[in-house]
Design a protein around this ligand. Structure first.
Ligand SMILES: [Zn+2]
Length: 324
C-alpha cells in the first residue's frame, strides 16, 4: 500500500524549513528555524528535532521517507556531500546520521535539483517531460529533467547552470571560477552593481531603499528601487535579464526543452527580468526551438520543502515498482 506522507527538509545557509507533506503536495505541518552556527552536528541535531516535531501528527508507518535538500554539491549515487561553501557539511555523512536516529529512509540532493523536483510534481513544470529550472538567489542553481527524469550526470553533480561561463575572463565567481552566470546574477553581483550607481543622481532611490548607507545595499534594494521607478535600478535588472537570456539560449540550443522555470528569491521578485530573458531566447535561439516557454516558478518559499518531499515520494515509489 502506498503511504500517504513524506517529509521534506530544506537546509539553507541561514534557515532550515521542514514540512510533513501529503502526496498531492499539501503541507500538513511545518517547522522553521535558523540554521545553527555550532558546526555540522548542531545542524543535523536541529534537522532531527524538526522532523520529529512535524511528524508526530501521523502514524510513522504512513511516512514514506525523508528528502533533504542541501546548498551543496552532492554525489547522488553515493549520497555524500562533496562540497558545501556556506555550511560545514562537506564530508559529513548527513544521511546516515539522520537515518540512525529516525527510522525513515533518507534521500539527499542539492537544492537546485529539489526545486526542479518540486516544480515538476506540484508547480510550473507539472506534466512537462523536458524542462530546465534555474534558481536565482544568493547563489545561482538549477536542475533539469530530460524525458521525465532528472538528469544528474555521471556522479550526480550535474545541473550547475549557475557555473556555466558567460564571459571569458569575466568577474570572479564564489566557486573560484571566472565569468560564470552566478558572477552576474547572484545577489552579491546585483547588489554590487547597485552600489556602483547608488551615489549617482539616477540611482538615488537605490540608496534611499538602503536607508542612505551605500555599504548595506542589497539586491532586494535594487529590485525595490526599480519598482519605485528608478531607471538605473531597472537598467541593472534588464541587463541581468539579458545575461539570463543568453544563458538560457545555450540551454535551449543544447537540450531543446519544452519549458524553462525561473525561481529563487530574485527570479520570483523580478518578472520583467524573466520576460527580458524570454525575448532574448525568441531572438537568438536556433531555429525550431524558440517555442520554449519561460515561466516563473510557482512554489515560492515552499519550493525546497515540497521538492524534497517529492523526491522522497519518487524514491519510495520507484523502489516499490509503482512508477516503472
Ligand atoms: Zn562559479
Amino acid at each position: 500500500m502506498r503511504s500517504s506522507y513524506a517529509i521534506g527538509v530544506d537546509v539553507g545557509g541561514t534557515r532550515i524549513a521542514v514540512g510533513l507533506v501529503e502526496r498531492k503536495g499539501r503541507i500538513i505541518k511545518d517547522a522553521k528555524s535558523l540554521t545553527p552556527k555550532g558546526g555540522p552536528f548542531a545542524i543535523v541535531d536541529e534537522v532531527i528535532d524538526m522532523v520529529a516535531e512535524v511528524s508526530d501528527v501521523v502514524k510513522q508507518g504512513e511516512i514514506v521517507g525523508i528528502g533533504i535538500g542541501l546548498p551543496a554539491q552532492i554525489d547522488f549515487a553515493r549520497q555524500s556531500v562533496e562540497f558545501c561553501t556556506n555550511l560545514p557539511l562537506a564530508g559529513v555523512d548527513v544521511r546516515s546520521l539522520v537515518m540512525s536516529r529516525l527510522r525513515h529512509h533518507v534521500t539527499m540532493d542539492n537544492d537546485g535539483n529539489m526545486a526542479a523536483f518540486g516544480e515538476s510534481k506540484y508547480g510550473a513544470a507539472k506534466g512537462v517531460r523536458h524542462f530546465a529550472m534555474i534558481t536565482l538567489g544568493t547563489g545561482v542553481g538549477g536542475g533539469m529533467f530530460i524525458g521525465g527524469d532528472p538528469y544528474r550526470g555521471f556522479r550526480g553533480l550535474g545541473g550547475e547552470i549557475g557555473h556555466m561561463v558567460v564571459q571569458l575572463d569575466g568577474p570572479p565567481c564564489p566557486c573560484g571560477g571566472n565569468g560564470h552566470v552566478e558572477s552576474y546574477l547572484g545577489r552579491p553581483a546585483i547588489a554590487a552593481k547597485g552600489r556602483d550607481v547608488a551615489s549617482t543622481h539616477r540611482g538615488r532611490s537605490i540608496l534611499e531603499m538602503a536607508g542612505g548607507d551605500v555599504n548595506v545595499i542589497t539586491a532586494e534594494d535594487v529590485i525595490k528601487a526599480s519598482f519605485a521607478g528608478d531607471e538605473a535600478a531597472t537598467e541593472i535588472l534588464m541587463e541581468a535579464g539579458v545575461v539570463l537570456g543568453k544563458t538560457l539560449v545555450g540551454i535551449v540550443n543544447l537540450l531543446n526543452p519544452q519549458r524553462i522555470v525561473v525561481g529563487g528569491g530574485i527570479g520570483e521578485a523580478c518578472p520583467f527580468m524573466i520576460d527580458r530573458a524570454a525575448e532574448v531566447i525568441g531572438a537568438e535561439a536556433l531555429a525550431g526551438r524558440r517555442d520554449v516557454r519561460v515561466v516563473p516558478a510557482e512554489l515560492g518559499n515552499d519550493a525546497g520543502v515540497l521538492g524534497a518531499a517529492a523526491l522522497a515520494f519518487e524514491e519510495s515509489d520507484s523502489k516499490e515498482g509503482l512508477n516503472r
